[in-house]
Ligand binder design. Structure first.
Ligand code: T46
Length: 135
């Protein structure tokens, strides 16, 4: 079974705040890729896919955004609105990102290089793949 969960990172105070994130220490994977999503209008929803194997940590380093996650068993909604909170997503979790605030910057740390073959972008295919795994 695959998982998604909230991680709380250190926040070091002194003339502002600093949050360090170390691969395999603060997050459970090596980081091969970093990307960030910003300038998204409030009425836009992104995502609508799952990954076969990719592990990712989603951190809203500015502003706020909601993330809906779905598996064959449950649906959850997370609000990311603090730079020292991360949403950890393993593969095979359907995700949708919405209600981006105007200043939102969603930083993503990823365990693999970009590979379009790792995406499942059709929800019916996603459900079929979950059933193959007996979820
Ligand atoms: C995810 C959520 C949280 C690249 O060329 N390289 C990259 O590393 C990425 C991530 C995307 N792209 C291209 C592929 C598309 O042509 O950028 C375009 C937009 O990607 P996409 O529509 O997949 O973006 P989102 O916001 O729906 O999803 C992204 C990630 O793709 C995905 O892995 O989990 O953010």
């Amino acid at each position: 079974m695959t998982s998604c969960s909230i991680f709380k990172f250190k926040s070091i105070n002194g003339n502002g705040k600093l949050t360090p994130i170390e691969a395999n220490k603060d997050i459970p994977f090596d980081i091969k890729r970093v990307y960030y999503i910003y300038g998204v209008k409030n009425d836009v929803t992104r995502g609508f896919h799952a990954h076969k194997n990719l592990k990712q940590m989603l951190i809203c380093v500015s502003g706020r955004v909601k993330i809906k996650t779905r598996t064959i068993k449950e649906e959850k909604v997370f609000q990311l609105d603090n730079p020292n909170i991360g949403l950890y997503l393993e593969g095979m979790i359907w995700r949708e990102m919405y209600e981006f605030s105007p200043n939102a910057v969603l930083l993503v740390l990823a365990s693999e290089y970009y590979d379009e073959n790792d995406y499942i972008r059709d929800y019916n295919n996603y459900i079929k793949e979950c059933r193959k795994c007996n979820w």
